[in-house]
Design a protein. Structure first.
Lengths: 545, 278
């Protein structure tokens, strides 16, 4: 390994070229973890293409001085920046060029200064800097580089090593700062890209470009509380996490450095950024009250967020299992059969209470489910005549606001759920759902449990019967299929657009396929759909919309 | 006179932009390593042909700040006030790019960048308001004020033929709630507070177009109305016909939405936008 103390413009160019090809190897991995600000999976590609433009311009530098090469790079970044991370990268190059201006060559101290300028430029460029991104990484890099340069001002390799080390640690911490990363269980993609770029540059300085051919940049693992599993296994007392406290102070003549100084020692992961009128503070502390008491004396507080990190920790675990859309109104449905449960879940219910015909859930079961969902407002879909009453018993037993939309069948419940409005208040949402019940007709086919005679229709025990809207017995016979088609005729299938057939646990998929094809042939104008409902008791449930 | 700048996601037809003196900055569409400037290097028709035949899914990106530096510098020779009205910063980096470009312009010219929090014809309406005011001699401050007042009055709704493109493109925002449905649904999206929101799910395309008609009918007074499609002009025509008793057909804006959006919405989407009247 060699120790480089100073570099020319040409060497800066080579160093960045190596960084850029190192980034190229990592681009697909970086794309894969891109979730912020939009999860469009192109951060790696965007940074790489920005770097290509940087390198093209670097070749056209007016002379071999570091100053000229850095300036050309900044121009290349400016003209070639792609996407959010590319735009920030272009600011970083702008800062580097500013830091290296007028220099023939650069040493450790110069590089540290350039990185500090780069960090400033990156923050200044953004109207709303977000921590836990490439921004945080460049700032941490510049801070460490500065410290290393104070110890070894002439040693470029030493400064570059400190920068890479800081980048790696900073990337690992990004999920702690940016909830969306924590939810997805990834580190920041742009930050990772910057780390890889700096690491590639360091490999060049160390003269390791040969070895790089057979290697690939490592993805940084998130430094999440969860990864302290090993420590828990040896039964060490679990450290409490405290409160993640975030806020913005607005005032006059604020001094971010002074605020940072005052808050140091009051907690961990302290970040204070801003200027004399706006200062953003992030700290993990056991006593958020003391922090707020201090800053309130400086100005007004905004965007205050205090989160118990133990909850965040639990939240992270839950999030890994399933990421359901959060809404301030939760819908809870009653259904049985794995297929029907999945249909309801796929349409966004917060929970499904198992139950239905002949197996009505208890008030306690419904209540427990209502209590378990993470919303204060709950809409209940009983989906069965006999469960409506049970559901309406829940409201007096809970602090939550509960509204029952009286759906009597599964198709009514699904129609109601489909018309759930994401805007508006609880009552309005429930109202819209109740109105939707009238837009759907239900046909259920099952076996008669006893012999009877209703409205002149004789039914023997064990025969198939067709029921409309859970009330009217319209068909009976020995063949399930015949009864189904007879019931469909009687319900007025002509006037509907969409026919959905949910087949029960006792029905083979192939049988159901045949029936849906027959419906399609008989009524070619209709949009038909076949879903495995897996429900007990009913062979078929048909929804007509 | 204040010069008005916007981007290609506003879907302003070229002719209207020329009439009103609006400069349009194109976003980029990428098929793998090939890059096209929205509607400059690739026409709407070519794009959808490629979208259906290309093996790689297209991605889109905002232009670099340098493009804005060049444009602002050029315009600064003709005027001393420029207003750039950009697509919502919540879904595109273009607003940030314009802000950075603005900072680097070395000219005695006052440049303001406004985050429209809009897209599609919603953004177009706001830009038209600005361009008309500029033509009538309003200054930068007055126009900025009018734009800010117009932004909450623009409403965009779209019926998507499929969620596939939105899912692959990643810019799905809160519409995530629509994903994973086991039933076939026609999703209705709205663009609210700068990002895509789920509005409703209906069971058929016919119900989807009904929804759009009812949405327009809900406004007591309509200043502007736009209908946008990509590859389905017949559908757009039927919708225009159905809306013609509410709003004169000759005053409706009929445009194609940008390929950049087509990559996310899919070619079959139908969009209706309304600018509420006073």
């Amino acid at each position: 390994m060699k120790q480089v103390f100073s570099c020319s413009g040409q060497e800066l160019l080579d160093m960045m070229a190596v960084g850029s090809s190192w980034l190229e190897k990592s681009a697909p991995d970086i794309n894969a973890i891109n979730v912020f600000p939009v999860p469009d999976g192109d951060t790696g590609t965007n940074m790489l293409l920005t770097m290509r433009s940087v390198m093209e311009e670097a070749d056209r530098a007016s002379d071999d001085s570091v100053s000229a090469v850095a300036k050309a790079m900044a121009y290349g970044a400016l003209m070639g920046a792609r996407g959010n991370s590319g735009v920030i990268l272009s600011q970083i190059f702008r800062g580097l060029a500013k830091g290296l201006e007028g220099k023939e060559s650069f040493d450790g101290k110069d590089w540290a200064e350039a990185l500090v300028q780069a960090s400033h430029a990156a923050y200044q460029g953004l109207s709303q800097p977000v921590e836990g991104t490439i921004l945080t990484v460049i700032r941490d890099v510049s801070t460490s580089a500065e410290a290393a340069a104070q110890a070894n001002p002439a040693d470029l390799t030493c400064v570059a090593e400190a920068a890479v080390e800081a980048a790696k640690n900073s990337v690992a911490r990004t999920p702690l700062l940016l909830p969306v990363l924590r939810e997805a269980g990834v580190v920041d993609a742009g930050g990772q890209g910057l780390y890889v770029l700096l690491e590639g540059a360091l490999h060049y300085l160390r003269g390791e470009t040969e070895e790089m051919q057979y290697r690939k940049p490592q993805m940084v693992t998130a430094d999440l509380p969860l990864s302290s599993k090993a420590a828990q296994l040896v039964a060490e007392p679990e450290e409490p996490y405290g409160y993640c406290t975030n806020f913005l102070v607005e005032g006059q003549k604020l001094n971010p450095d002074k605020i940072r100084h005052r808050l140091e020692g009051k907690g961990q992961s302290l970040i204070v950024t801003g200027d004399d009128t706006n200062v953003r503070v992030h700290i993990h502390t056991y006593d958020p009250g003391a922090i707020l008491k201090y800053v309130i004396s400086l100005g007004t507080l905004h965007q205050i967020q205090i989160q118990n990190m133990d909850d965040q920790h639990v939240g992270f675990v839950e999030m890994q299992q399933e990421r359901l859309p959060t809404a301030d109104i939760a819908v809870v449905a009653v259904a049985s059969g794995s297929g029907l449960r999945e249909v309801f879940q796929s349409l966004g219910v917060a929970a499904v209470v198992p139950g239905g015909q002949t197996m009505n859930p208890s008030v306690r079961e419904v209540l427990q489910t209502v209590e378990s969902v993470p919303s204060q407002k709950v809409i209940l879909l009983p989906n069965n005549k006999n469960i409506i009453l049970t559901a309406s018993q829940v409201q007096p037993l809970t602090d939550k606001e509960v509204v029952v939309v009286p759906t009597k069948t599964i198709p009514q419940g699904i129609a109601a759920l489909l018309s759930f409005s994401y805007e508006g208040a609880l009552e309005e949402a429930a109202q819209a759902m109740e109105e939707a019940i009238a837009t759907v007709k239900t046909v259920e086919v099952t076996k008669a449990v006893r012999s009877t005679q209703i409205k002149g229709l004789k039914v023997r025990k064990g025969q198939a019967i067709g029921i409309v809207d859970d009330e009217d017995l319209v068909a009976a016979g020995d063949s399930i299929t015949d009864v189904l088609f007879e019931a469909l005729d009687k319900v007025g299938i002509e006037s509907v657009e969409v026919v959905t057939l949910y087949y029960g646990a006792d029905v083979e998929a192939a049988q159901a396929e045949e029936i849906i094809q027959e419906i399609g042939n008989k009524y070619p104008e209709k949009q038909v759909e076949l879903i495995r409902g897996g429900q007990p008791h009913y062979n078929y449930i048909v929804s007509l919309e | 006179m204040v010069k008005i700048v916007t981007d290609s996601l506003s879907d302003i037809p070229d002719q209207l932009a020329q009439e009103l003196g609006i400069s349009i900055v194109p976003l980029n569409v990428h098929f793998g390593t090939e890059t096209y400037r929205d509607r400059v290097d690739i026409s709407t028709d070519e794009f959808y042909r490629k979208l259906q035949t290309s093996e790689v899914f297209p991605t889109t990106s905002a232009p670099p700040p340098g493009v804005f530096v060049e444009l602002f510098t050029k315009l600064a020779k003709e005027t001393d006030e420029i207003l750039a009205i950009m697509t919502s910063s919540k879904i595109s980096a273009i607003c940030e790019s314009a802000l950075q470009g603005k900072d680097m312009v070395d000219a005695r010219c006052h440049i303001a960048v406004i985050d429209s929090l809009q897209i599609l014809a919603g953004q177009m309406f706001v830009v038209i308001v600005a361009a008309k005011a500029a033509r009538e001699g309003a200054n930068l401050e007055q126009i900025s004020d009018m734009v800010r007042k117009a932004i909450p009055k623009a409403h965009v709704r779209g019926a998507l033929a499929t969620l596939e493109y939105l899912k692959r493109g990643g810019r799905i925002g809160k519409a995530q709630a629509f994903l994973g449905s086991l039933l076939k649904v026609t999703p209705i999206l709205g663009f609210i507070d700068g990002e895509a929101h789920p509005i409703a799910r209906v069971r058929s395309w016919a119900q989807g177009t009904d929804f759009l008609v009812n949405f327009v009918k809900g406004f007591p007074k309509i200043e502007e109305l736009a209908i946008e499609d990509a590859t389905t002009p017949d559908e757009a025509e039927i919708l225009a016909e159905r809306l013609s008793d509410i709003f004169p057909k000759e005053r409706m804006h009929r445009t194609k939405f940008s390929p950049v959006l087509g990559a996310h919405l899919g070619p079959g989407a139908l969009i209706v936008s309304v600018l509420e009247g006073e």
